[in-house]
Ligand binder design. Sequence first.
Ligand SMILES: N[C@@H](CCC(=O)N[C@@H](CS)C(=O)NCC(=O)O)C(=O)O
Length: 231
Amino acid sequence: MADYTLFYWPIPFRGQFIRSVLAHVGASWTEADTTDLVHLKSSDPAQQAVPFMGPPVLTDHAAGTSLAQTQAILTYLGGKHGLIPDDLLQAALTHKVIADANDVLYEMTLHNGAQMWTATSWTAFQPRLERWMAIFEALGSENDLSAEKGFILGTEAPSLADLVTYSLWGVMTAQLSPLRSVLDRAAPSISGLVDRIGALPAQKALWHQSQEQYGDAWCGGQIEASLRAVI
Ligand SMILES: N[C@@H](CCC(=O)N[C@@H](CS)C(=O)NCC(=O)O)C(=O)O
């Protein structure tokens, strides 16, 4: 049996953050069928492996436990596999990076598709999107990150914060390619970092497999269609 089972839609988006960490630590996992996910998602909360509203859900078979909420899953995996620095401030900054990434996902999808993008709303969002990129860039710069070397929290090796940064900006700009030049301009060190993380053998293999499975999808659904129409 695999180490983990991931319940998520067949798209990158939030699921890719989890997949990226699992690949980095060399864990094996099974992707649950969408029918099993739908069944689990619509079950009575009292009957669910973990009470939850929206995926991802990760089952850790050795521990006999399941978790929901991307931030909680990442924190669990990061702690279990030594990807969160011991230093109190660096650990808190790891949680900040995860929370920032989650905010960006919500903003990019207008709160999971509550509204659709229009040319006007997308144009109005551009300063805010670039500011988000600049926020990641500034954190990296404070820790001597450059395009060529270093990691976002100044650690010796990639930490959870780097994998999250890659899964956010690297995956987003790979799937929505017009945004890559925006990232290059607003956050050049982050652009370099995500390329370096993406070039790690485990990430390269994962991304190759993900592209075969998910094609050019990012967040999926009507919100992705409306995004593609305006970028
Ligand atoms: N805060 C949750 C959000 C989960 C979420 O919105 N999941 C989406 C897919 S990315 C979903 O399918 N939601 C369905 C629903 O909320 O009913 C997390 O970060 O994991």
